[in-house]
Ligand binder design. Structure first.
Ligand code: URA
Length: 433
């Protein structure tokens, strides 16, 4: 029996994996000596048996050390980052990054691409003509020093184990394990040099986590890994029952983010952004608490500094930002079948409609259409008459428009009475100072 076979059987029988076994597994995955069928078997044993706190931290450590670690201490300031566990219409990073920099802190992020029904920040940024997300490390650091904000694509050499394992998990029914998710998220943050992190853990129909208890456990595990590397991590739990804001799709979301940067735009996007900004600024070297951080952020939205910082950021990363200037695609409209109140807009279904329209990927190597997506005319709580416009889907060809609008229509629930007001920020776990 070879060593990996032993490790699989060990976990299958419910025994704890130690650091040496986890490291041998991760190193073997990266150097190719552990074939994918053995890796998949171990991943399944991990999903079925669960990972202890100790296993989760050691797995994250083995993953961090599977590749290159960026040292951002050369910036001489804490480099703050925010990560969302996935959402529909989640354009918060587009607002938060320049906002935090406009308040005088440093925001640096290595980001991934969108997969499935959730969108990725890189795709949104690339919907701005010329915006470069692949920067050499030196340029990334210089940009952080110069303007305090940079968002780039994850280097291939950072946590190579995650790329291989995540691709396997995606096709073997092994994504759903809190320890695996926490190790995957945090290994990438630690290895990309983040000094302090705010995690937006989304809960609800459009999120990985369907209930708050599981989300809290994921947050607890992420903080444990953060603490092992002295990277303070605050978790904010937010609702993802319905999409955030009124747009889903890359360029449509940038346009909406621009409204929020100008002090306008949908209240939910603004509220999540300000909550995260307060939490992030409290982890900076500005010496402010969350309430003061939030006040700084509100002022930077109100007086135009955040919008100015967004423009500077786009310019420095090569983007030619002209609000409202993009090729508009033909739309298909979804209309209400009856009168009443919108009681739910299913985030997952809207995300799937946007994906079918061309805004998202089914496979990691698919290309996305920057102008495709969904506009929500009505949101939860709105009253409607039969025949009223609910939403529109924008796609390049009629077949996509028809398929997407069918899914979109099913996303709306219309009831007799208005729904009770929902909560957007569901809770938090604060980073220890
Ligand atoms: N996001 C990640 O980066 N990893 C996971 O495993 C799940 C979500």
């Amino acid at each position: 029996m070879d060593f990996v076979n032993d490790v699989i059987a060990w976990k299958r029988d419910g025994r704890e994996l130690d650091a040496a076994r986890l490291r041998a597994f991760v190193d073997g995955v990266v150097d190719g000596s552990v074939p994918s069928y053995q890796a998949s078997a171990l991943l399944m044993a991990m999903v079925l048996r669960g990972l202890s706190d100790g296993e989760t931290v050691e797995l994250a450590r083995a993953m961090v050390e599977s590749g290159k670690m960026l040292d951002l201490r050369v910036v001489h300031r804490p480099v703050l980052d925010k990560h969302s566990s996935g959402g529909v219409g989640d354009k918060v990073t587009l607002v938060l990054a320049p906002l935090v920099a406009a308040c005088g802190a440093v925001f640096g992020k290595m980001s991934g691409r969108g997969l499935g029904h959730t969108g990725g920040t890189l795709d949104k940024l690339e919907s701005i003509p010329g915006f470069r997300v692949q920067l050499p490390q030196g340029e990334f650091v210089r940009q952080l020093e110069r303007i305090g904000v940079a968002v780039v694509s994850q280097s291939e050499r950072v946590v190579p184990a995650d790329r291989i394992l995540y691709a396997l998990r995606d096709v073997t029914g092994t994504v759903e394990c809190d320890g695996l998710i926490a190790a995957s998220i945090m290994a990438k943050k630690v290895a990309s040099g983040t000094s302090a992190l705010v995690l937006d853990i989304t809960v609800g129909r459009g999120a990985f986590m369907s209930d708050l208890d599981r989300a809290r456990d994921l947050g607890r595990l992420c903080r444990l890994i953060g603490a092992a590397y002295e990277r303070p991590t605050t978790c904010i739990f937010t609702s993802m029952e319905s999409p955030l804001g009124r747009t889903v799709g890359n360029r449509l979301e940038v346009e909406e983010a621009w409204q929020v940067l100008g002090g306008e735009g949908p209240e939910d996007v603004r509220e999540v952004t300000l909550t995260l900004a307060g939490a992030l600024l409290a982890l900076s070297d500005l010496g402010v608490d969350e309430a003061e951080g939030r006040r700084l952020a509100e002022a930077a939205l109100a007086d135009g500094r955040a919008a100015e910082h967004f423009e500077r950021w786009c310019f420095v990363q090569g983007g030619r930002w002209k609000p409202g200037e993009f090729h508009r695609l033909a739309a298909h409209e979804a209309r209400a079948g009856r009168a009443g109140y919108v009681t739910a807009v299913d985030a997952k279904a809207v995300g799937q409609a946007a994906q079918i329209a061309g805004a998202g990927r089914q496979r990691i190597d698919d290309t996305v259409d920057p102008a495709a997506g969904v506009w929500l005319e009505r949101v939860v709580g709105d009253g409607v008459e039969a025949g009223d416009l609910l939403a529109a889907v924008f796609a390049r060809d009629a077949a996509r428009r028809a398929a997407a609008s069918q899914v979109l229509e099913g996303a709306f629930t219309i009831g007799e009475a208005p729904p009770p007001p929902g909560q957007l920020v569901l809770g938090r776990l604060e980073a220890e100072a």
